[in-house]
Ligand binder design. Structure first.
Ligand SMILES: NC(=O)C1=CN([C@@H]2O[C@H](COP(=O)(O)OP(=O)(O)OC[C@H]3O[C@@H](n4cnc5c(N)ncnc54)[C@H](O)[C@@H]3O)[C@@H](O)[C@H]2O)C=CC1
Ligand SMILES: O=C(O)C(=O)Cc1ccc(O)cc1
Length: 559
């Protein structure tokens, strides 16, 4: 039978948390942290359960540091317990309450309530409430009341006077065990740094490394080491300690940024705790290509159940639709509308259909028609491919419909959390602007590659004759020819407003080539001046600065 050490008396909230963690465990109570620590280090206890955070009280720092202080053990799990603080007193004591007894921690949780309801009473904080109750009973102290959990008050034979003094009161308990917990796929890791030497920008550099790797920070607290007054940082990050991404980040931080080995002390890895409410449980994808897998991976890391289905997966799209909350349609653009028409009627009211595609108007119309009015519909076009490591600072266009509801918002919250730049469009605005963002650069890139090929121009000539400007066309050409050609062929062939952009580009190209052939230099220059004047000056200057930054990077011998 495992033994769990807790602080505080039997029937306290710590006791409830420990029995929730392991109903069959023997729970041993200690009055002092040092005694509890000793029991664990000596092997008299297998686990420690201790409060580390309360929604009203905030962080309970000294407990969070215990693993580090003990020099052994690992934070392996968490219990979230709703705390229902109640007021109790000796039965049949109608007199006025003059003194309220509780623990320091409970007083912090309900100080606002006491100020408002009992402004005149004296608060007496004690370590052992059980003993205080014995004393109240022995001395018949009828002007005393205590605040504790309802169970505690009843177990001690007091009368329950007021139940649930403060709402939204939850405590997070840390479970400390001997060994590091294994990864579950939905984990978090807690660290504390050693006291850090002063260094300009250290906090920003540390955070920047996590941002660069798309590692979300769940909690960050800074404090000053009592003795040295140097900064220490407590961090809770998404991911398990074993993940190569997290290990890579720590290596960079210790070797390059803090420049001190062992600067990060691992407190533990554990299944992630969700203090926030989520409504979606599961996502199912129709289409088992690269983009579906990319999103399914990241949604899985958020704790959602995910199913990826296609024409040849063992689980069929039909079976998947019957069991998920949100159906993601993620198939090639040319078959998106027909896929929506085929599967849309299978969705029930209360589910959502999110269309991941590069064309909006026709697909949204198909979804609104094929699904029942109680089905949410939203369109999302991520402007990055499956080779991207993260969505941080990348554009995503979202077209909400009159039927986009809370599931749609939760998916947007997921995009927001991972740092994507969300832009809300209308259907036709999205399709028109994709002419600029996709059809035109794709068409130009493909035409450049064809032209180079036709003229037998290869790598050597390109490298030796590139100008600072011509290199951009080459970069775009290379990006596109490095990815799935089918994706870009699909982009070229999408219907919708975007073709207007390519059409007028073609006409303008004709016009200026004719002028160039005819040697009309003045007219050409004038056309450029008119276009430049029509553009925002500041925008042009910013883009020029960005272009120069690219020049500098490309001038680096490493490239
Ligand atoms: N790959 C990229 O860079 C990006 C893609 N997208 C969008 O994501 C969607 C999917 O693209 P990827 O995953 O890259 O494509 P992909 O070609 O890797 O995968 C498409 C999947 O759809 C399946 N499929 C093909 N024809 C089908 C049909 N008639 N019925 C049912 N399933 C069929 C394929 O078997 C494959 O599993 C597209 O709408 C695309 O526009 C959006 C942003 C970037
Ligand atoms: O990687 C790139 O350059 C892309 O442009 C990726 C991409 C491909 C298809 C889309 O519908 C959106 C974005």
């Amino acid at each position: 039978m495992p033994v769990i050490a807790i602080l505080g008396p039997i029937f306290s909230n710590s006791h409830r948390a420990a029995s929730l963690y392991s109903p069959s465990a023997r729970i041993v109570e200690y009055q002092q942290v040092t005694a509890l620590q000793q029991a664990f280090v000596n092997g008299d206890a297998d686990y420690i359960v201790l409060p580390v955070y309360n929604t009203r009280e905030g962080e309970i720092k000294k407990n969070r540091h215990l693993v580090e202080k003990m020099g052994c053990g690992s934070w392996i799990d968490n219990i979230i317990l709703p705390i229902n603080l109640s007021l109790g007193r000796l039965s049949k004591t109608p007199g006025q309450i003059k003194i309220i007894i509780s623990t320091d921690s409970v007083f912090r949780q309900c100080h606002q309530y006491i100020n408002e309801r009992f402004p005149e009473v004296t608060r007496m904080a004690v370590a052992d409430i059980g003993m205080a109750i014995e004393d109240i009973r022995a001395e018949e102290r009828d002007q005393y009341a205590i605040i504790e959990s309802e169970e505690f008050i009843r177990e001690h034979g007091l009368d329950l006077m007021i139940r649930e003094l403060v709402p939204h009161n939850k405590t997070r308990y840390a479970v400390i065990g001997k060994d590091i917990a294994l990864a579950t796929g939905y984990d978090a890791t807690a660290f504390i740094t050693k006291p850090l030497r002063d260094r300009v920008g250290i906090l920003s550099d540390i955070l920047g490394e996590f941002t660069r790797r798309g590692i979300n920070i769940l909690d960050l607290q800074s404090e000053n080491d009592i003795k040295t007054q140097k900064l220490r940082i407590y961090l809770e990050l998404e991911g398990h300690m074993d993940s190569p991404n997290l290990q890579g980040a720590l290596a960079v931080l210790e070797n390059k940024i803090i420049q001190e080995e062992g600067a990060f002390r691992l407190l533990g890895s554990f299944p992630r705790v969700d203090m926030r409410v989520k409504n979606i449980h599961s996502f199912g994808f129709i289409g088992s290509g690269a983009m579906s897998r990319w999103f399914a991976d990241r949604l899985g890391n958020e704790g959602y159940e995910t199913f990826v289905t296609g024409r040849s997966t063992p689980l069929t799209p039909r079976e998947m639709i019957a069991k998920v909350d949100v159906v993601m349609v993620c198939v090639p653009i040319s078959v998106t509308a027909s896929t929506i028409k085929q599967y849309g009627p299978l969705l029930r009211d209360g589910q959502a259909m999110i269309i991941l595609a590069g064309e909006s108007e026709r697909n949204i119309a198909a979804a609104m028609e094929a699904t029942s009015p109680g089905v949410e519909v939203m369109f999302v076009h991520n402007l990055w491919g499956p080779q991207a490591l993260t969505m941080k600072d990348k554009n995503v266009n979202v077209v909400r419909t009159v039927r986009s509801g809370s599931f749609s918002s939760e998916f947007e919250a997921f995009l927001y959390k991972h740092g994507a730049d969300i832009h809300h469009d209308t259907e036709s605005q999205h399709d028109l602007l994709m002419g600029l963002g996709q059809k035109l650069p794709t068409a130009i890139s493909i035409a450049i590659a064809m032209t180079l090929h036709e003229h037998g121009i290869g790598r050597e000539e390109i490298e030796s004759h590139s100008t600072l400007t011509s290199i951009y066309g080459i970069l775009a050409m290379a990006r596109i020819h490095n990815q799935n050609s089918r994706t870009y062929a699909e982009i070229m062939a999408t219907k919708g407003e975007g073709w207007k952009i390519v059409e007028s580009f073609k006409e303008n190209l004709e016009k200026i080539s004719t002028l160039a052939e005819q040697g009309k230099i003045g007219e050409l220059a004038e056309i450029m001046d008119v276009s430049a004047a029509a553009m925002d000056r500041e925008f042009l200057e910013t883009k020029m600065r960005q272009a120069k930054a690219v020049d500098e990077i490309l001038a680096n011998p490493g490239f």
